[in-house]
Design a protein around this ligand. Structure first.
Ligand code: XIL
Length: 335
């Protein structure tokens, strides 16, 4: 895939995937990942809580074994590695809920430094803060211990600590459901909030370099969950580009199981998902600010969607039997 993306193209784009360490024992998984992608992210193991192991006395110690396995494998294959994610309330140690303000501030800054220093020279970019916006898409920040105890400037502070730790790292603000601009009936409210947040961070001199749009799409989505139009994604990328920011699609997968409710058979559902992959990526690729795409896995057998959405879906590029799906051909056509 990455060869298709960059054949005859001046601007090198990354084409990446999220990786789970234990799956690297699967020779087919490892071979397909090596062949098709040049950019790797730990699907789960660079997050705060997964990096902490418990000693016998209950104290915590960093254990990079799992994430290092992915990073070392990626670098042996000549791939770039993006870190995901330093500050996310969903996968932080549970004690941050009760930690006093001073303790939390010290702990999150220490976490950023420890994690980035461990990866110095191996990880070129970091999702510094993930999903900072409130899901109600009113523009306010998500009600997390970070916001409650450290105030809205926690985002500024985390980016500044990250930049001080690794001045060469590309620092990214990553968000979901904020992919399309200019959509009707409030469907771009979160995208507008992400744009305003990014603009304000830059205005305060915060070292923000790129924005990640997760693009967890549902081809059966309606209302606020409807897939943003390709034009709205292009417009969104363009306006971040006008701020001088790069934009990547950071966690792309396209569910379609819900289309069964409207009578679409499997082939039609796969085709609908393929069209979303193609149209979104073709629109994004036309934007100078676009830096590349990371798929949130590549084989249907190993998608987070099954656990999270509690349904068997086909959101990725190869099916569970490793048969290439229409989505793979669609991504090739787009790239
Ligand atoms: C998910 C992983 O895919 C799962 O394996 C893990 O159990 C939970 O996190 N948005 C994000 C990702 O930014 O980190 C999440 O990944 C999916 C939603």
């Amino acid at each position: 895939l990455v060869a298709d993306a960059n054949r005859g193209r001046r601007r090198q784009l990354h084409v990446g995937t999220a990786i789970m360490p234990h799956l690297l024992d699967d020779l087919k998984y490892e071979a397909v990942a090596n062949e098709h992608f040049d950019h790797v992210v730990c699907e789960h193991h660079h997050k705060w809580e997964p990096l902490l192991a418990k000693r016998a006395d209950g104290t915590e110690v960093y254990d990079f074994t799992q994430s290092d396995r992915i990073v070392d494998w990626a670098r042996r294959g000549g791939n770039k590695v993006k870190g995901h994610t330093l500050v996310w309330h969903v996968t932080s140690p549970k004690w941050i809920e009760e930690a006093p303000q001073a303790r939390l501030r010290e702990a999150v800054f220490e976490h950023i430094k420890t994690t980035m220093n461990h990866c110095l020279g191996k990880v070129y970019a970091w999702d510094v803060v993930n999903e900072p916006l409130h899901p109600d898409a009113t523009g306010r920040l998500a009600d997390t211990p970070f916001l409650r105890k450290l105030g809205p400037a926690y985002i500024d502070d985390c980016f500044r600590v990250a930049h001080h730790t690794d001045p060469n790292a590309v620092l990214i603000l990553n968000e979901n459901k904020g992919e399309g601009a200019g959509l009707p009936r409030g469907r771009s409210a979160k995208a507008d909030a992400l744009f305003a947040l990014s603009r304000d961070l830059l205005a305060r001199g915060v070292p923000l370099h790129e924005v990640g749009l997760q693009a967890h799409f549902d081809a059966a989505g309606t209302g606020q969950r409807r897939v943003p139009t390709p034009h709205s994604v292009a417009r969104n990328i363009a306006r971040f580009g006008d701020l001088g920011l790069g934009v990547n699609i950071s966690e792309m997968d396209v569910r379609a199981a819900g289309l069964e409710q409207v009578g679409l058979g499997l082939a039609q559902r796969d085709a609908a998902a393929a069209a979303v992959f193609h149209d979104t990526l073709a629109a994004a690729l036309a934007q100078p600010a676009f830096t590349g795409v990371t798929f949130w896995g590549f084989c249907d057998a190993h998608s987070w969607c099954h656990d999270f959405y509690k349904c068997v879906d086909r959101p990725l590029l190869w099916d569970a039997a490793w048969r290439p799906k229409p989505a793979l051909a669609a991504v090739r056509r787009a790239l």
